[in-house]
Write a protein that binds this ligand. Structure first.
Ligand SMILES: Nc1ncnc2c1ncn2[C@@H]1O[C@H](COP(=O)(O)OP(=O)(O)OP(=O)(O)O)[C@@H](O)[C@H]1O
Ligand SMILES: [Mg+2]
Length: 205
């Protein structure tokens, strides 16, 4: 049995924390591969370096680079794992590009979707966990933990508001693929809710 499950949500929603904890629990019953783009795939890493540490760049160039890095990771890591019967849990995927580049940066969701659909070539996730937190809660968590900030974190509150708004629209248009988790609950409660949702999905396969 294989399944491709992605985790989405704004900064500080708990994607990395929850994915790790849920993977630990799932590992007892399933073959799990945890990953995030570019996920150790060399060309994907090199493309990604330009995005996170480089100078400001044209927004369409940025969107194309994310899509290119995504494809390298998909082909180099996700698809081989799925072919080996793994459950792949991936920290951010196409919906992040739609929400950030498409909606928040204003390139347009249909435009960013077009280049990403070219990149993923029908490999949509089977299931997407959306960790639902307000912009305020997400940002507060990041500030409290003083995590190293990358270029995207330095955007203003308005940008983050738009990211959340963008996600909501994307979910609205493709509701069947998403499970929305109230991620303002305690870490333990969010892990439990996410784990139960994934188990319920996998048991139906
Ligand atoms: N439900 C929760 N309640 C309280 N704190 C939480 C919760 N979930 C995560 N955190 C804390 O919030 C901080 C951010 O979490 P995390 O790094 O997992 O978010 P993220 O969604 O991966 O963010 P980013 O998009 O920036 O990678 C961490 O310090 C984490 O411990
Ligand atoms: Mg993270």
């Amino acid at each position: 049995m294989s399944a491709f499950i992605t985790f989405e949500g704004p900064e500080g929603s708990g994607k990395t924390t929850i994915l790790q904890a849920v993977a630990d629990k799932l590992q007892k019953r399933f073959d799990i591969v945890m990953t995030r783009e570019p996920g150790g795939v060399k060309t994907g890493e090199q493309i990604r370096e330009l995005l996170l540490d480089g100078e400001a760049m044209d927004e369409r160039t940025e969107a194309l680079l994310f899509a290119a890095s995504r494809r390298e990771h998909l082909v180099g890591k996700v698809i081989p794992a799925l072919e080996n019967g793994k459950i792949v849990l991936c920290d951010r995927y196409i919906d992040s590009s739609l929400a950030y580049q498409g909606y928040a940066r204003g390139i347009g969701v249909p435009e960013v979707k077009a280049i990403n659909e070219f990149a993923i070539d029908n490999m949509y996730p089977d299931l997407t966990i959306y960790l639902d937190v307000s912009v305020e809660v997400g940002r507060q968590r990041i500030i409290q933990n003083q995590r190293t900030q990358n270029r995207l974190d330095l955007e203003g509150v308005n940008f983050h508001e738009k990211v959340v708004e963008g996600y909501k629209k994307i979910i609205h248009n493709e509701a069947e693929r998403f499970i929305i988790i109230d991620a303002e609950k305690s870490i333990e409660a969010v892990v439990e809710d996410t784990y139960n949702s994934i188990i319920k999905y996998l048991e139906k396969l």
